[in-house]
Design a protein around this ligand. Sequence first.
Ligand code: ADP
Ligand code: MG
Length: 246
Amino acid sequence: MEKVIDIQHLSKSYGAHEVLKDINFSVEKGEVVSIIGSSGSGKSTLLRCVNLLERPTGGAIIYNGENILDDKHDLNQYRTKLGMVFQHFNLFNNLNVLGNCTVGQVQVLKRSKLEAESIARKYLSVVGMEQYINAKPKHLSGGQKQRVAIARALSMEPDVMLFDEPTSALDPEMVGEVLKVMKELANTGLTMLIVTHEMEFAREVSDRVVFMDKGVIAEAGSPEQIFSNPNEERTREFLKRTLKQG
Ligand code: ADP
Ligand code: MG
């Protein structure tokens, strides 16, 4: 199997606070990896380090066989290979749906407007938002906004999509439509790294589940193993707590 990204001994500190400690894991092409764990365990920081929104304090991120944390690397080029979907959508409110999905393609990837629009329409149709191309974000529901945010990221045709709790800010009735789109994407063979609190979803779509606790990967394995037969006491406790709430 081909590794898309390989994280080795990654660490991140804010001052004296070590938020990530010796993180090791990789994502293979076509694989869906979910990251679960309590609030504050370092999940968002890990995603933000992977896409270099935060500079890791130590370790390596191997992409295409090279450590992109080496000085010589073009970080902007690397960032275009990672699609990011945030909890709070982060759409451009002054642009309509089509504009949101073309601006990055034109400005960063230097695609022509015509090509960018055709690619954007393709992905808006994948997420079921093609009939809203002229709408401004303020006229969309949370679920619709998140689907546009997914289409925007897909329009850059990244090697891997990173999702940071894409459904946590949504009203409960809108969670399903976003998870459905993500499930469909997983089935098309897209490479995905997903931080989620949706345990049923994680169990269903993931090839592998990573459980984080206090800045370390406490346990990683198949969904079957993590959810039905975890090795670690802290994994069992987390699942007991989370499933009781849900
Ligand atoms: P999670 O996403 O799992 O809830 P985070 O990655 O957001 O966890 O946070 C992990 C820890 O790092 C928390 O203790 C948080 O307070 C701390 N942290 C996150 N971002 C910063 C920052 N910019 N400065 C200082 N501490 C931070
Ligand atoms: Mg978080």
